[in-house]
Design a protein around this ligand. Structure first.
Ligand code: TYC
Length: 102
């Protein structure tokens, strides 16, 4: 911000540079093997979606190849990606979850 001093000179103060931290989209990728019901279960359990919304997002991923599960801080997004991928591996499904800056 600028303001004038008593000599009529414009002084420029240092900007209080408090940048908001970036947000990250958690993304689900399509594959040919993971059962649709398993994907719906993931969207409900890990992302708090009601059954109907989870079904919509799953079908969008199935048809378009990718879909957004939600937008989170970096830490929360990283944790969700890790937990979803671990859960899928534990159930022997190839489902892939990843993240990108929003
Ligand atoms: N394409 C899968 C099937 O036909 C279903 C599926 C949907 C898999 C979304 C992954 O992220 C996914 N069984």
């Amino acid at each position: 911000p600028f303001h004038d001093n008593h000599n009529g000179l414009a002084l420029q103060e240092a900007k209080p540079k408090l940048k908001k931290p970036p947000l990250y989209k958690v993304i689900l990728l399509n594959d040919d093997f993971t059962p649709m019901d398993f994907v719906v279960e993931i969207l409900m359990e890990f992302f708090g979606m009601p059954h109907e919304k989870a079904t919509q997002v799953m079908l969008q991923v199935h048809m378009q190849g990718v879909g957004v599960c939600g937008t989170f801080s970096k830490d929360v997004a990283e944790t969700k990606v890790y937990l979803v991928n671990e859960y899928s591996r534990a159930h022997q499904h190839p489902l892939m979850c990843t993240m990108e800056e929003a």
